[in-house]
Design a protein around this ligand. Structure first.
Ligand code: FES
Ligand code: FES
Length: 149
């Protein structure tokens, strides 16, 4: 059993403690915005926030997320208002196929919380998510736009 708090809601779930958090979010909680890419903490498609920090949920056992605040892409907008990173991604036409974008947005949102005005070097260091469509330059522009929004 695991008791999780996801997007402000509590869930009691019948899962083994070593199940990756990503699986639990998708299969047990039923929120499928968070994506599976590599399963080995490399691509960032599975990024969620755990106590406000970006975490690659494919590589975190659910037992380590118990008692913490988990936020997924579905919980990023507040009261129907999109997060500023979501807004700039739309305004700058960032998504191509979109598969990486939920994880990318969660990673960027966490970066802007810790560094409201990131430099290109900060972006290179912190946003290591992989986008097979090659939206990296558009993501960078969107980050700078969100930082000055
Ligand atoms: S699926 Fe988690 S980092 Fe790729
Ligand atoms: S938009 Fe297609 S993988 Fe990033």
């Amino acid at each position: 059993m695991a008791r999780l708090n996801v997007n402000g809601q509590s869930y009691d779930l019948d899962v083994a403690p070593d199940t990756p958090l990503l699986w639990v979010i998708r299969e047990n909680v039923g929120l499928t915005g968070t994506k599976y890419g590599c399963g080995i903490a490399q691509c960032g498609a599975c990024t969620v926030h755990v106590n406000g920090e970006a975490v690659r949920s494919c590589s975190l056992p659910v037992s380590e997320a118990e008692g913490k605040q988990i936020t997924t892409i579905e919980g990023l907008a507040q009261k129907g208002v999109l997060h500023k990173v979501q807004k700039v991604c739309i305004e700058h036409d960032v998504p191509q196929c979109g598969y990486c974008q939920c994880g990318m947005i969660m990673a960027v949102a966490a970066l802007l919380k810790s560094k409201p005005k990131p430099t290109d070097a900060d972006i290179d260091e912190n946003i290591t998510n992989i986008c097979r469509c090659g939206t990296f330059q558009q993501v960078r522009e969107a980050i700078h736009a969100a930082a000055s929004a």
